[in-house]
Design a protein around this ligand. Structure first.
Ligand SMILES: C[S@@+](CC[C@H](N)C(=O)[O-])C[C@H]1O[C@@H](n2cnc3c(N)ncnc32)[C@H](O)[C@@H]1O
Length: 218
């Protein structure tokens, strides 16, 4: 990971990455060009989490996938590989440059009929989207996560999943006294809310920087 301390022993992480199926040539090209062109390349989910997301889409038979936070398209392109017939992805991105670059990468991968990038603030875009969504991947500004969660929960399919990235904040969620970073504070508050929320069942997994899976309670 770039720009944040890795929670996982680097050797273990490298081993896990090396034993997650090698990315497609298109995805490898997105990885390479993003590392070359963006100082913030560490925002990409990368090889292990990309395959994890693909397998979640595959295992849940998701056909209606929503992503909040496209960046250069790595996670969208990764998830597309898990879509069944008739499946599609809508991805929301506020930054016009990120939207343009991701659309280029999606087109280069031949996926423009499967992945649509909607440019603009995610909350405004969400108002226009009805759902139901089978899988929602939340990976935009951390301070906005709670609002995104509340906006998508009513639009989640009965057996749908919400997936939230970076829910460990490089460990910043652990200690409220020593960490004043607003992202860590926002995620710490959301993690507390989710585990006590009778509307949902959740699991915070220690994949990479923390990946939380949420479903509706029965
Ligand atoms: C962590 S990156 C997403 C990484 C991407 N999922 C991947 O794996 O390559 C977060 C993205 O969310 C976008 N973003 C931030 N605030 C947003 C908002 N209010 N609405 C939509 N997108 C937003 C940022 O511009 C950035 O591209």
């Amino acid at each position: 990971m770039h720009g944040m301390a890795s929670l996982i022993d680097p050797e273990v992480l490298a081993y896990a990455e090396a034993h997650s199926t090698v990315p497609s040539a298109h995805l490898a090209a997105v990885d390479e060009s993003t590392r070359a062109d963006f100082g913030s390349w560490g925002m990409m989910v990368g090889r292990q989490e990309g395959r994890f997301l693909e397998l979640l889409v595959f295992a849940t038979n998701a056909t209606s996938v929503l992503e909040i936070g496209t960046f250069t398209g790595y996670s969208s392109i990764a998830m597309a590989a898990g879509l069944g017939d008739g499946g599609s992805i809508i991805s929301l991105e506020v930054d016009p440059h990120h939207a343009t670059v991701s659309r280029g990468n999606i087109a280069a991968a031949g996926l423009e009929s499967l992945i649509s990038v909607i440019e603009g603030p995610a909350l405004a875009s969400l108002e226009q989207l009805q759902g139901p969504f089978d899988l929602v991947f939340i990976d935009a500004d951390k301070v906005g996560y709670d609002a995104y969660f509340e906006a998508v929960l009513p639009k989640l399919a009965p057996r749908g999943l919400i997936v939230l990235d970076n829910t460990l904040q490089a460990g910043g969620v652990l200690d409220s006294a020593t960490d004043r970073h607003e992202s860590a504070q926002a995620i710490r508050t959301l993690n507390e809310k989710l585990v006590n929320d009778p509307r949902v069942v959740c699991v915070l997994t220690t994949i990479r920087d923390g990946v939380t899976l949420v479903r509706r309670a029965a």
